[in-house]
Design a protein around this ligand. Structure first.
Ligand SMILES: [Zn+2]
Length: 129
């Protein structure tokens, strides 16, 4: 590692970010528990066809939300894993440090700002094919 040590996360910064990730993990887990119990309640309560149609679209919405949460959940778990392995805060693409400020804004970030910008510039081109 030839990069200046002070660019990497300090132990207290790492602890702060771990706290943020733990909190997000807890939030999602309690939210998705609520969503699932709501689904079960609605299914049991409604028998009217019109209500069922509404219920069905609510259910789709809930499932879509759940899908998004599931993806975020796996990102958060991955970030926590990287903290344990001592890989957190290091860009997966180029190995450069990801700044504390960037991680506070997006704790699940795995790329430094340069690599992220590059990835975003590549994406629209892919869509043309
Ligand atoms: Zn990078």
């Amino acid at each position: 590692m030839s990069l200046p040590a002070d660019e990497y996360l300090k132990p207290d910064e790492l602890a702060t970010l771990k706290g943020v990730l733990d909190e997000q993990l807890k939030d999602i887990l309690s939210q998705s528990k609520d969503a699932v119990s709501e689904l079960v309640e609605v299914r049991e309560a409604d028998a009217d066809p019109l209500d069922l149609a509404v219920t069905e679209s609510n259910r789709d919405f809930t499932l879509r939300m759940a899908e998004r949460e599931r993806k975020l959940l796996s990102k958060i778990r991955y970030a926590l894993e990287r903290i344990q392995n001592g890989e957190y805060g290091v860009c997966e693409s180029c190995g450069a440090p990801i700044t504390f400020g960037r991680l506070m804004a997006r704790p699940v970030a795995t790329l430094c700002i340069d690599c992220k910008t590059e990835a975003e510039q590549v994406e629209p081109k892919k869509k043309m094919f």
